[in-house]
Design a protein around this ligand. Sequence first.
Ligand SMILES: C[S@@+](CC[C@H](N)C(=O)[O-])C[C@H]1O[C@@H](n2cnc3c(N)ncnc32)[C@H](O)[C@@H]1O
Length: 270
Amino acid sequence: MNVSEFLKRAAGELSEARIESAHLEAQMIAAKVLNIERSKLLLRMDDELDAAEAVKMIERRKSGEPLAYILGEKEFFGRTFFVNPAVLIPRPETEILVSAALGIAQDQQTTLDVGTGSGAIAITLALEKPSLRCIGCDISSAALSVAAKNAQTLGADVRFVRADKLQPIQTNSVDLVVCNPPYVDDQDEMLDSAVRFWEPRIGLFSAGGTAFIQALIGQAQQVLVPGGWLLFEIGYGQKHLVQAMLSGWTEVRFEDDLSGVPRVAIAQKR
Ligand SMILES: C[S@@+](CC[C@H](N)C(=O)[O-])C[C@H]1O[C@@H](n2cnc3c(N)ncnc32)[C@H](O)[C@@H]1O
């Protein structure tokens, strides 16, 4: 089967399976199989491609598996991160958190990414501001392996530590704590079934949606230096609860995502 024939067949099948961006995804799969950039596909329409591999990928996608796991990669902040089902797929909203952290972080500061997953946040901060001392921690060893692999591939200087939240981190030792916490209520019925089924439970759920955040705020208060900053992502509708949890902090503010939903909480330790 050549590329042109594959794209026609794959886009048709993906549309039938109600995949929204069927044409784009078919192209991404073809480009992956050919090991070329998607922008080069147009020049390769008559090339033969490994039909067995490509069709297998289409079947996986039709069964609902996220494209990022099938391709084994996801773009974040303009870079390609390796992902597998041990890590949450980095989301565009999390780029807001990274941008906010870059606006606050000063040269040489120690920055801790709690629940680093694929390492997307810590690695991006280290690459965008190489003078930072970046540490990524996660309770999942499998996630830490993915993060370490990404740091190596992307050439980022990040130290990874296995930790339950911030427990092993020294008091008054960190300038900036950043975190995309698990913030989905474990009782939430509205969560997209693909997310619920395919992505790691430990990366998503927290009791009542905010139990992890509550613990994070308490522990960050201990590990941050006076005047240090805490930045973390929040879920839909969590702003007021989180605001109350941050009552002992100063300079508290929230950044909205593109839909106007408060998405990132920012607070400074007094
Ligand atoms: C929402 S994911 C964020 C992943 C990544 N930082 C990102 O933004 O794409 C939350 C991460 O927290 C980790 N995690 C869950 N419970 C944890 C705990 N008690 N201590 C440390 N990390 C934890 C999960 O393994 C997961 O990697």
